[in-house]
Design a binder for this molecule. Structure first.
Ligand SMILES: C[S@@+](CC[C@H](N)C(=O)[O-])C[C@H]1O[C@@H](n2cnc3c(N)ncnc32)[C@H](O)[C@@H]1O
Length: 313
């Protein structure tokens, strides 16, 4: 469990906000700052530097950076050089090779892409409500165990959307044993998620009813912040987990959201991950992938039952 990190609400321009802005620039598009750094070419960046860094990020996170990501890597990592007062990529590689744990974390955090939003790919939340939760309700259940894992939760919009969906569907949600596990590799973004505090820009896709029910509002203008209510936050446990490593949580998990993360992994890494994920689920349990992800030729332990919705066979 992370230490409490209510950092988003404390200042107008926080690390969370900066990460959100950077997330808005996808792996294909650099931010204006990235582009300025690239133009300035402050540091020499050789093929050997690029290959060494992409090999390391692959080993540590499973993320497979294509040759086309070279400028993005330059832009993101030259910021680390500047922050550390280093004068070359060679010196930075030396630091990483020395096994400096905190810099290895900062290195991975710098290269992850955290783009997300509330109710992103909303058909998944509709499915959760109309099929999964409705089936419980229709079976006459008035209580029971529900375990859901948001496995690459980024800044938290995904697990909070799951929690909102459950609270909306079950007026008696307090009688149920509900636990949502929200995990990510990136420790900084996980701290943002756990803070549960968002700028107006981050909540603009939510309707007024949800905003009023699930958030408390503070500040004005650029300082306006939206804090998730304790009832919502209390359904979620945040934890740092690397999907490339062993998965330490106990199953069975009724539903797993593994969305918009394996797109950065090669097939072999995906196969190994979904073999481990399958062990956490029973036949009938659900797996949600991102819009451009598939289990085709990756796992035969799931059947496709909807738009990027899979059922454990
Ligand atoms: C694009 S975001 C997806 C967020 C959310 N699932 C969604 O679909 O909106 C991808 C997330 O995957 C995380 N990630 C990348 N590699 C990971 C790994 N090996 N283990 C766990 N999380 C990882 C990143 O830190 C990032 O927050």
């Amino acid at each position: 469990m992370l230490s409490s990190a209510a950092i988003c609400c404390r200042s107008s321009r926080t690390r969370c906000q900066e990460r959100h802005e950077r997330a808005a620039a996808t792996m294909n598009n650099q931010t204006a700052e990235d582009q300025a750094l690239i133009r300035a070419r402050e540091f020499q960046f050789t093929d050997s530097d690029f290959n060494a860094l992409r090999t390391l990020v692959k080993e540590m996170t499973g993320i497979n950076l294509a040759a086309s990501k070279r400028e993005l890597v330059y832009g993101r990592i030259s910021r680390r050089l500047r922050a550390l007062g280093l004068s070359s990529f060679g010196a930075y590689r030396g630091l990483l090779e020395s096994g400096d744990g905190s810099e290895l974390v900062a290195f991975c955090n710098a290269l992850t892409t955290n783009l997300t939003s509330f109710f992103r790919e909303s058909h998944h939340f509709d499915y959760l409500r109309d099929e999964f939760l409705a089936a419980r309700r229709n079976a006459g259940l008035r209580s029971g165990r529900i375990r859901i894992w948001s496995s690459a939760c980024s800044s938290g919009e995904e697990p909070y959307s799951v929690a909102m969906t459950i609270m909306e569907a079950f007026s008696d949600w307090q009688k149920w044993d509900i636990k949502i596990l929200a995990t990510d590799l990136d420790s900084d973004i996980l701290a943002c998620a756990q803070s549960g505090c968002y700028t107006a820009d981050r909540v603009k896709g939510l309707d007024a009813k949800r905003l009023a029910r699930f958030f408390t509002e503070s500040g004005a203008g650029a300082e306006r912040r939206y804090q998730v209510i304790p009832d919502l936050a209390n359904l979620i446990t945040f934890k740092q987990i690397n999907l490339v490593h062993d998965l330490p949580m106990p199953g069975p998990l009724d539903a797993i959201f593994c969305r918009n993360v394996v797109i950065y992994f090669d097939k072999e890494t995906q196969r190994a991950l979904f073999a481990r994920i399958a062990k956490l689920q029973r036949p009938g349990d659900l797996l949600f992938l991102g819009h451009s992800e598939t289990l085709f030729k990756v796992s035969d332990e799931y059947a496709l039952i909807g738009r990027t919705v899979y059922r454990r066979s």
